[in-house]
Ligand binder design. Structure first.
Ligand SMILES: Cc1cc2nc3c(=O)[nH]c(=O)nc-3n(C[C@H](O)[C@H](O)[C@H](O)COP(=O)(O)O)c2cc1C
Length: 180
């Protein structure tokens, strides 16, 4: 059994629910899982207290939410020595197909820099939920002009498959001793 801590930053809950679903799935593989919001200074301490970490954030304006970016950047040296997985929750599935293909290929530079600082085992991108009330007027106009679709774009099968994949990799970790 591996102690896994899942830390997330979420503004409108879709990232939180993805983190919780990953946690539920890892528990079915008999891992000891905690799911915590990465929303305050204690989050920094939380980085060190598990055998493995899964870190995720909603993406706003091409970057992780500020608290997640700063906690993860601040802990990057330590994180590089731990088994870490990262995920970003954006809205590429809300885009019309040609734009989506382009968006899925393009790395957002601030996220790429964060991933490079941590060097996780893997960084996954998922789509989340986008609703009219999440956007200001300018954002909503742009959204409409680009032909985007509001809604819940989460692909739960892909999210669960990723959690299963992580669970498989956790089994390969060197013996970690009994959980406290
Ligand atoms: C103000 C704002 C800015 C956003 N900027 C981006 C972005 O740059 N790239 C992206 O892929 N998604 C962007 N999104 C979409 C969100 O990442 C997506 O809705 C996600 O599910 C939000 O997660 P949350 O529900 O956990 O807050 C933005 C959403 C909002 C409200």
């Amino acid at each position: 059994m591996v102690r896994v801590r899942i830390l997330y930053a979420s503004e409108h809950r879709s990232t939180q629910e993805i983190a919780e679903r990953i946690g539920t799935r890892l528990r079915t593989h008999r891992h000891l899982v905690e799911v915590l919001a990465l929303d305050s200074d204690p989050g920094r301490k939380a980085l060190g207290q598990a055998d493995a970490l899964v870190l995720g954030s909603a993406v706003h304006d091409g970057a992780w939410l500020p608290v997640a970016e700063s906690v993860v950047r601040g802990g990057a040296v330590r994180l590089r020595q731990q088994p870490v997985w990262m995920f970003s929750v954006g809205m590429s599935a809300a885009l019309p197909k040609p734009l989506r293909r382009w968006a899925d290929r393009v790395e957002q530079p601030r996220i790429a820099a964060l991933v490079e600082a941590v060097r996780p085992r893997e960084h996954r991108r998922f789509s989340g939920v986008i609703r009219r009330e999440h956007l200001d007027r300018r954002g909503a106009v742009l959204f409409r002009l680009l032909g985007c679709r509001y809604g819940d774009h989460r692909d739960w099968a892909a999210i669960e498959a990723w959690a299963d994949d992580i669970a498989g990799q956790l089994k390969e970790l060197p013996a970690l001793g009994p959980a406290e």
